[in-house]
Design a binder for this molecule. Sequence first.
Ligand code: HEC
Length: 267
Amino acid sequence: MIKKIIGGLVVGGILFGVTSALDFPQIFQLMFVAYAVLGTLVFSILDAPSVAPFSGLKAVIGLLAFYLVLSVAYITGASLWPQYDPEDEKGKINRILEPKRKLSEQGKTEELLARAKGLEEQAKSIAERLKNLSKDLPDASGGAAPAAGGAPAAGIPTDAKDLEARAFAIWQDQECYNCHKLRGEGGKKRGPELDNIGSYMAAADITAKILDPKSFMAEGFEKEYEKKKMPDKYKEVMDDKDVDILAAWLSGLKNTSVPTPKPIKKK
Ligand code: HEC
C-alpha cells in the first residue's frame, strides 16, 4: 500500500515536471497530477480485501449504490474544474477585439478623408492648369517661340512664391538634387552647388544649359564636363514650360555665401 502511494507520488511528480518543462498551461499540469492520484487510488482499491459475493436484490442495490457514488464523485470532481461557457468566451474575445475593430474603422474613415483631400487638390491643380492654358492660348496662336529678350515667357508665375513652389516641384521631379546641392540638401558631390547660380547665369543661359549641357561648363568641373556627367536628356523628357520655370527660379538664386562655380560659355 505504502509502495503504491510512493509510486503514485513519483509518477505525479514526473508528470508535473514534464508538463511544466513543455510549458503546458497550469490547469493541464494539475489535471495530469490528478490522473496520477486517481491511478494510485485505483491500484489501492485492487488491494482491498475481496467482498463476499452477493446476488439478487442486494446485488442490484449494490450496483446502483456504486453508480451513485461514482456519479456524485464524477460530477463534483468535474464541477471543481474551471467551467467554459461558449457565450462567456465569445464575450471575452469580443472585448479584446472591439477596440481594434474600432481603430481599423477609424483608420478607414481617415484614409477616405485623406483621399478626398487628395482628389480636391488634384482638381484644383487641374483647374489652375486650365486657367494657365487659356492664358497661353493667344500667345500660342501669335507665334511658336517666345520673343527673345522680351517680357517674361508665358506661363511663368509672376508671384515669387508661386514660381518657387512650381519650380521646386520640377527640381524634385527631375531629380536635379541627385547631383546638385541646393539649400544644403541633395547632391552627392557630382555637380556644383547651385545656391548662387543667379549671380552668374540669366534664365536664358540656364535654359540653354538644361537643354544642352555642352553649352556651359562649370569652372573646376572640367573632368565632369568632359565625361558628360550632366544628363543630356532634359530636352526630351522635360516640358518646355517647365524648363523655363525652373530656369527663371534658379536665375533668382543669389546666395553669395555659397561657392557656386562660375559657368564658362562653351557654345
Ligand atoms: C547626373 C548628375 C546631374 C544631374 C542629374 C543634373 N546635373 Fe547639372 N551639372 C552636373 C555636373 C557634373 C555639372 C558640372 C559640369 C558641367 O557644367 O557640365 C553640372 C552643371 C550644371 C549647371 C552649371 C553650374 C555652374 O556653376 O556653372 C547648371 C545650371 C545645372 N547643372 C543645372 C541642372 C539642373 C537644373 C538639373 C535638373 C534639371 C541638373 N543640373 C541635373 C551634373 C548633373
